[in-house]
Design a protein around this ligand. Structure first.
Ligand SMILES: C[S@@+](CC[C@H](N)C(=O)[O-])C[C@H]1O[C@@H](n2cnc3c(N)ncnc32)[C@H](O)[C@@H]1O
Length: 215
């Protein structure tokens, strides 16, 4: 099985588990403070925000609770996620988009949100995504990135309760940070969030806010 097969299976799984994901994660409050921080870094309450891997629109909904007039374009590779994101946030725009192919996107944004999407991207695609986010962001634009830090060697297929699999990538936090710096992000903050999985296993999640061209 090659990387392309991993992606194909992972994307099909996300499409078919969109409903259960919505049920479990639509109202999870543990990242709320990180969304407040993101909004504080935006230039104004009507800022333009691109979301990559929006899922059922859980983050968009939180952002709109903070600033109801944000102009959000939410994207995901799974059509069922897009449908839920639109149902849950009637004011946003949506687009079916594989974030490995951001060269197809034009325009510019004040913020990009990428919540737990890079765990489904190989390291070289993460590097590419960061470069595109830098291109798509306005001066002083802010990127929100969350992932599970760890050695790339631990990456592999994981199965959920339905038995369907996703290929899960761990990413090295220092490598991600270096890529951000190389792409013009010079104000970077990190926050660790402790997450307890169903069954009791504890995971450390990393939320990064990275801003471009600040003095
Ligand atoms: C763990 S969920 C995160 C959803 C939401 N952002 C959150 O933080 O709860 C991962 C999402 O990334 C999407 N995804 C995975 N690979 C993607 C890709 N290559 N391009 C766009 N979306 C992708 C999945 O369909 C899924 O909706």
């Amino acid at each position: 099985m090659n990387t392309e097969d991993h992606y194909r299976e992972t994307h099909a799984t996300w499409d078919s588990i969109a409903g259960p994901y919505e049920e479990l994660f639509m109202d999870l409050p543990i990242y709320d403070q990180t969304y407040v921080q993101f909004c504080e870094l935006l230039p104004h309450a009507k800022a333009s925000v691109l979301e990559l891997g929006c899922g059922p629109g859980n983050i968009a909904r939180r952002l709109l609770e903070i600033h109801p007039d944000l102009d959000i374009l939410a994207t995901d590779v799974a059509q069922n996620m897009i449908d839920l994101a639109r149902k849950n946030n009637p004011s946003i725009r949506t687009q079916l988009l594989d974030c490995r192919y951001l060269d197809s996107l034009s325009g510019s944004f004040d913020g990009v949100v990428c919540g737990f999407t890079i765990p489904y991207l190989a390291a070289e695609d993460v590097a590419n995504l960061i470069a595109h986010c830098s291109r798509l962001l306005n001066p002083r634009g802010v990127l929100y990135l969350s992932f599970v830090p760890g050695s790339n060697d631990r990456s592999g297929f994981i199965s959920g309760s339905t038995g369907q699999r996703t290929y899960f990538y761990y990413h090295d936090r220092e490598t991600v940070k270096e890529q951000l710096i190389q792409n013009g992000f010079n104000r970077i903050t990190e926050e660790e969030i402790i997450y307890e999985r169903a069954g009791g296993a504890i995971e450390t999640h990393l939320v990064v806010h990275a801003q471009k061209n600040t003095l």
